[in-house]
Write a protein that binds this ligand. Structure first.
Ligand code: SAM
Ligand code: DTB
Ligand code: SF4
Length: 322
């Protein structure tokens, strides 16, 4: 069997399936060894999210509370004011986040006053000494350049799942549209944050395809969020089967071996995990989380419980540079 220590690129989905079928503790041991060669094992990157434009999205992503195609409890709201966003960013900074991520329920960025406002938000958050991240849907090269000039450090745009499963989840844009946006982000000199969601009814192969697709990007993404589906009432995926904790651990371990230098985020879904399950994910190479009470529209573990978990595990939030 292929040893997980021998990751060479391009890596195939078949190889990743072989890794994920290894005895779990062997896989985690190898992933932890790779992790410790490339990262300080006591450091955790902490991002805080804010939904700056909630609901009413024209896309039909089957998991999402914000799609106008599904009847969910989330109401459509206008784009927030710059000052309101900067107040939230100050609070995030005070509670120890090193990066502030602003998300909009847009299909794509459109030039105009709302984009100008988002550029002001990026400038303002950067001036607070936080790393900046936005997730605004598809964008073109000129828009990516304007975000970079405003001080954007990271652009989040997820591939969500493997290519073979993608059209079961989203029909209003293609996998290649997602890859084109990532290319525009990369060419503008912005760090790429791209990952996916586990628990969308995907096969083991589709999950491996996602990790292979990310790992074969050149350069590899600086940041890879691994989300566990947060089931939202009213969405087509609300009744999906529950993920087993071992599936999350395996995927993180495979991502760590395939992308040794990338920062891997144990992203949405931590409220449904035990502390022990999260601890195994950190051992297997996850070194980033979302902090704060809320993700975009759903709850996240309370800051006090995260502080207690980090303390038990001897993990420290990454220190901001400024
Ligand atoms: N509209 C933009 C887009 O789709 O790129 C940005 C916001 S969108 C909410 C950001 C990402 O959050 C999605 O690509 C998806 O991977 C993740 N996400 C959304 N809803 C989720 C859910 N219910 N559970 C887990 N992850 C979710
Ligand atoms: C990512 O990969 N996960 C975040 C962020 N990027 C934008 C979003 C998670 C959303 C979870 C469901 C919600 O709160 O609406
Ligand atoms: Fe819109 Fe993003 Fe939700 Fe898809 S994931 S419906 S693009 S907000």
């Amino acid at each position: 069997m292929t040893s997980a220590r021998e990751a060479t690129r391009p890596v195939s989905a078949g190889t990743i399936v072989e890794w994920m079928r290894r005895p779990l503790l062997d896989l985690v041991f190898d992933a932890a060894s790779v992790h410790r060669r490339h990262h300080a094992p006591d450091q955790l990157q902490c991002s805080q999210l804010l939904s700056i434009k909630t609901g009413g999205c024209p896309e039909d992503c089957g998991y999402c509370s914000q799609s106008a195609h599904h009847k969910t409890p989330v109401e459509r709201e206008p784009l927030l004011a710059v000052d309101a966003v900067l107040d939230e960013a100050r609070r995030a900074r005070a509670s120890g986040a090193d990066r502030f991520c602003m998300g909009a329920a847009w299909r794509e960025v459109k030039d105009g006053p709302e984009f100008e406002r988002v550029l002001e938000m990026v400038k303002g958050v950067k001036q607070l000494g936080l790393e900046t991240c936005v997730t605004l849907g598809m964008l073109d090269a000129a828009q990516a350049q304007r975000l970079r000039d405003a001080g954007l450090d990271y652009y989040n745009h997820n591939l969500d799942t493997g290519r073979s499963h993608y059209d079961q989840v989203v029909t209003t844009r293609t996998y290649d549209d997602r890859l084109d946006t990532l290319r525009a982000v990369r060419e503008a000199g912005i760090h790429v944050c791209s990952g996916g969601i586990l628990g969308l009814g995907e096969s083991e192969t589709a999950r491996a395809e996602l990790i292979a697709e990310l790992a074969n990007l050149d350069p590899q993404p600086e940041s890879v969020p691994i989300n566990a589906l947060v089931k939202i009432e009213g969405t087509p995926l609300a009744r999906e089967r529950d993920l087993d904790w071992s599936e999350i651990v395996k995927t993180i371990a495979a991502a760590r071996i395939a992308m040794p230098k990338t920062v891997i985020r144990l992203s949405a879904g931590r409220t449904a995990m035990t502390e022990e399950g999260q601890a195994l994910c950190f051992l297997a190479g996850a070194n980033s989380i979302f902090v704060g009470d809320e993700l975009l529209t759903t709850p996240n573990p309370a800051p006090a419980s995260d502080a207690a978990l980090l303390s038990k595990l001897g993990l420290k939030p990454l220190q901001r540079e400024s």
